[in-house]
Design a protein around this ligand. Sequence first.
Ligand code: HGY
Ligand code: MN
Ligand code: MN
Length: 424
Amino acid sequence: MDEASKAAAAVSERRQWERLMAMAAIGGFTDPDGHRGVNRACLTPLDREARRLLLSWAAPLGLAPSVDALGNLFLRLEGTDPALAPVLTGSHMDTQPNGGRFDGIWGVIAGLEAVQALREAGVTPRRPIEIVAWTNEEGGRFAPGCMGSMAYAGFRPRDAWDAVTDREGTRFADALREHLAEEADIPRRPLGVAEGPAPFAYVEAHIEQGPRLEAEGHDIGVVTGIQGSRWFVVEVAGKTDHAGTAPLSLRRDAVQDMLRAITALNALMHDPEDVLRFTVGSVEVSPNTSNSVAARARFTIDFRHPDNAVLQARGDAVRGVVQAALRACTAEVTERFHATPVAFQPLVPEAVERAAAAEGLRALRMPSGAFHDAQFLVPVCPTGMIFVPCRGGVSHHPSEYAEPAALAAGARVLARTLAALANG
Ligand code: HGY
Ligand code: MN
Ligand code: MN
């Protein structure tokens, strides 16, 4: 049996599942329908509790921990040639507020499972292998997402989001400073490729968060790329009035103008082929009482498309369409996130495809509709992703679910892929 096969055979479905369920208990909740969800925002005590649990599993394996200036956490398995650029694998540990038990965290646990299986199979890779947990992939507490991987890749300066606040008014810089202070015992490392060597390759394991693999009967998604995403926030400003006395003709009603703007954006984003994704997921109104006219309305825009020309053209039109739709209010449109579509270089997808074939698994080459930290590693090194099916394609919801056997198959493919890349 070759080394990769020995490593794949050492993957434990039970151990991986038990670790996932232990992680799901940190910030876990049961929704009204009985589904078990997770609410574990980045840079919180819950986040740190999960990271400590991960460290407790990594320590007996001799994986050296380190943290960079954005709080990205790394666990390093030394290779026979420590001077070589490492193979990087991992994902994120933060969740959506109404999140599931698998989005992000499986990629980190699968990385640990694959590395542990390599060690138990007696495989010492030539290249070091590093497992990473990226800071704030979701953007649920602090927008935008992918701050840790964007800073690591030099996509934005490390202080780009210092002034961003969460709903409680806490600044990202302050939450990060507290987080790093709480983890002062973990060795520090330079931040990303600006201060340190680029990885040899990056491979991220993740649930598909879509229906294709399950619906089309595939075990593994060989991800070929990730569509582009643009996030905006629109603040509509009007004037509050008494709901019973103010004539409609004199009102500057922020809710009415918000509705006009969203209606106009729906027209801009209309796509008969249903490829384009346009979501207004968060709406806040002030003073938010039934008998006062709204003085302010704030809404978010999440716009995605695989074709960069469409992403740029329609995204650039957002500001003008909002302004033209207003009747009595003013509006400020701020872009908060702009990730262009990426295609993965052949190296990692081909390694994933070979690994899936060696496991006798049905594999499908497919793009990702969700964004991931992998999107920002593409300019840094050869990058790729491994998808496994999730039930009904559901994600960002407590009913998110993936079968233990499917997750173990994904970890076996990851173990083989890491063995191949680390000895390539
Ligand atoms: O929103 C996304 O695509 C990712 O799941 N955070
Ligand atoms: Mn994710
Ligand atoms: Mn997510």
